[in-house]
Structures are given as C-alpha cells and as structure tokens.
Design a protein. Sequence first.
Length: 73
Amino acid sequence: MGDVGVERYRAGIAEQYLGRYGRYPLERLAVLDRDPVAIVAAHGRESLNARLAERIVEDLLEAGLDEEAREYA
C-alpha cells in the first residue's frame, strides 16, 4: 500500500462509523504502527477475557514486539 495509501486508509477509517464490530481496521493499523499501547486500545481495553488477551498477544508478536507480548501474557 505504501505510506501514502496507509495514510489515506487511516483518514478514511477516522471518518467512518465503525460500529460494534469495526475494530479490525484499527487493530491492523496499530500492528502496522508497532505501537503496543495502540494495539491494546484498538482491542477496546486490557482484558481479563482469555481469548481477547490471546488476540492482543498475537498482535503484539505480529508487530515484532516480543518483549511486550511476554509482559502482557
């Protein structure tokens, strides 16, 4: 996509109502940014729910944030 395409996508997402199930684009952008705080926030919050926590760890690992993933787990 390139930097310009990502910024256009980010701007388009910001203008949309994402609804209840619209977090996926935000999660992907947070992984792309390699921002651990944004990754957790994109999932809605820190969670005691095991499946959600697993998804957060998976995204942290995908972003190359191995140490943060270990700490979060």
